[in-house]
Ligand binder design. Structure first.
Ligand SMILES: [Fe+2]
Length: 211
């Protein structure tokens, strides 16, 4: 782990998030509005005086494989900047999933909000997060009011949208979920590891599983 201060490590990560998003906003006009909105928030975001207590969940054990996988893709340096910051972050999960998805699923996934609820920088309308699901899992069809853009770091995850057959997606390119679009993810041999943005029209409401 880097011995630099948290602030220095965070500024490096901030720089990577912003340069990655600027390049993607240029390349992906369909998502440019959402990307630019979150980017502007990341530019002006200030670290809190008192940071949240770091927290690791069982799903965190997949991070090492996730980071190794990212090293083969176009977001390798971005992933390294995240790796230097994450020991100080709070990993969370959407607890209301436990009832339908079970303890096993809950022990194999987690995410950490840089921006958003329970996040490093609290925000009630936008999320910038790093999300992991272990191999061999199915995150079944779900949806939410917020517009969402995933940027996978790599791996063999199958991404499904709108009931279409799930398919693999290239590292670094957007998977765009418009508001309330049903989507699902199926992991294979690698973990799912993705950077993810949410832009909500009002205070964020958590994702809901399809019935
Ligand atoms: Fe989603």
């Amino acid at each position: 782990m880097s011995t630099a201060s948290f602030e220095v490590r965070f500024e490096t990560l901030r720089g990577h998030m912003l340069s990655f998003l600027a390049e993607r906003a240029e390349a992906e006009p369909e998502q440019a509005k959402a990307i630019t909105k979150v980017s502007r928030r990341i530019v002006e975001a200030r670290l809190p005086e008192v940071r949240q207590e770091p927290l690791r969940l069982p799903g965190h054990r997949h991070l090492e494989a996730a980071l190794a996988m990212a090293q083969d893709g176009p977001m390798a340096e971005f992933a390294q900047a995240f790796a230097a910051v994450e020991p100080d972050l709070r990993w969370i999960r959407t607890e209301h999933y436990r009832e339908k998805l079970g303890d096993d699923y809950m022990a194999n996934y987690c995410y950490t909000n840089i921006l958003g609820y329970d996040g490093l920088i609290p925000d009630d309308r936008m999320i910038a997060t790093f999300f992991i699901i272990g191999p061999g899992r199915h995150y079944p069809s779900h949806h939410h009011e917020a517009e969402e853009v995933y940027f996978p770091f790599g791996g063999d995850t199958l991404w499904g949208q709108d009931g279409e057959p799930p398919r693999s997606r290239p590292a670094g390119l957007a998977v765009h979920n418009t508001p309330w679009l049903l989507h699902e993810m199926i992991t294979g041999e690698t973990p799912l590891f993705t950077f993810c943005l949410w832009v909500s029209p009002g205070p964020i409401k958590l994702a809901q599983l399809a019935d």
